[in-house]
Design a protein. Structure first.
Length: 102
């Protein structure tokens, strides 16, 4: 039910600087899915304090594929970010492009 309420709110709002309504396009749910997964991943990373230790960028496509990029201080931090992302609802696969600082 949360997803339905959230999707209705986001779909009727502004997406990418363009006002979108339910009648505008049949692909509106794509934006909601992408942003919900990205938000979930970022929240989980913040819970583990990875967002303060790293500079990780999270991007999600419409199929639930997540790309992690940016930098982390250690390989363990990068691996933890990948594991957390894989364990997030809606994520189908993860591409870890995080650079480990020397």
């Amino acid at each position: 039910m949360k997803a339905l309420v959230l999707s209705t709110f986001l779909v009727a709002g502004v997406v990418g600087g363009v006002s979108v309504s339910l009648a505008d396009t049949g692909q509106t749910g794509v934006y909601v899915k992408d942003s919900v997964i990205t938000t979930k991943v970022k929240a989980k990373l913040a819970e583990r304090h990875l967002s303060t230790l790293t500079k990780i960028k999270v991007d999600t496509d419409r199929d639930g594929v997540v790309w992690l990029s940016g930098s982390a201080p250690t390989r363990d931090a990068s691996d933890l970010a990948e594991t957390i992302t894989k364990d997030t609802d809606g994520v189908r696969s993860v591409h870890n492009n995080i650079v480990v600082a020397d």
